[in-house]
Design a protein around this ligand. Sequence first.
Ligand code: CA
Length: 413
Amino acid sequence: MATPTSAAVSHVGKIRSSNQDSGYTGRHLFLVADGMGGHAGGDVASAIAAKRIAEADREYESATDAEFALQSALIAANSLLAETVFEHSELTGMGTTVSGLVRVGDQIAMAHIGDSRIYLYRDDELSQISADHTFVQRLVDSGRITPEEAAVHPRRSVLMRVLGDVDAAPEIDTSILTTLPGDRWLVCSDGLSSYVSDEKIAAILASAPRTQDAADRLVRESLDHGAPDNVTVVLLDITDDEDAPLARPELVGSASQPLSFEAETTRRPLNLPTLLLHPLKATKPDPSHFEPESEDYLVELIEEDKRRARRRRIAWLSMVAVAIAAIVAAALLAYQWTQAHYFVGEDEGRVAIFQGVQQDIGPIPLSSVYQTTTIELSELPSFQRQSVEATISADNLREANDIVARLASAAGQ
Ligand code: CA
């Protein structure tokens, strides 16, 4: 039997306690939703949206019809999210990305909002079809930062557009593309695209011809990179065979679970409803997503980031300066200490008084000739001569002079 040509995989990842992603693989419709929501609701948002939009999984007469239906489904999901927030105020601020596509023969209709991605893999090449609705992408588009800077920007997850309770008329991108046998359509959350490079994604798609296998390997690759975020992959392969089997329609991720406030109700049916709705799971604030903010506010955030980086650099430089000053001071003190010492030794065949200590530090001499005497080394008895050659330490200049006086008398001067 032929293997299914569609697959959906969702994984909570290695850090998060809950999966806020949802995915759907259907007969005609395929989507990924990545939820977010301050203290609660990300998983609820993506699940509500995925389930609502999956209702549009039908056969369409034309790609234009499918595009319209898909867009309408996203708008309906947006209203449903707003209604849910109205009824459950603790969900305020929840939202979700949605990237979805509907296949109609050799055409693909798609709708997209947020930073989940639609990729097309064709002829060994991976192309990102959807545009990220992120603040950094806006900066890239206006030429203020490069795509490379965007990829590592600390605010790369700030979304400009999502479905949620924020905007009654969300700006949704839609389009229709032609598809060919051999095309692989990949829809994924940023839990894949932020941690696995396009090159790596392409390499996996190149080496895993079976749909389910490719989807599994993409998710595993993100896990191998530590999977700090939830990761969801939906893959659709276009084959020569119009009737190629698809996976049975399936919701994955948060949408495959009962909604958490519903679950709460069934678990503790005797509690007062208002209390039931409250706990919802104590989801931590989602660090990877922010609510959409005004552009002015974001510009200010970026400036603040720069100022902070500058302050860190200044603090670091001052620390280095202080450390260097301390080292120099210590070296000066050490040098002063050595220069308070004297010894008697030989300089060009004569007895001499040296200031400093006998040891050198690498190429740095710690002693210099203080005074040369008229005593020739050759005039000294052998014991005294050897002592001078080996140097004779003196605690101070007076002691050095005493030693010289004794050597003078030994030399018969
Ligand atoms: Ca995510």
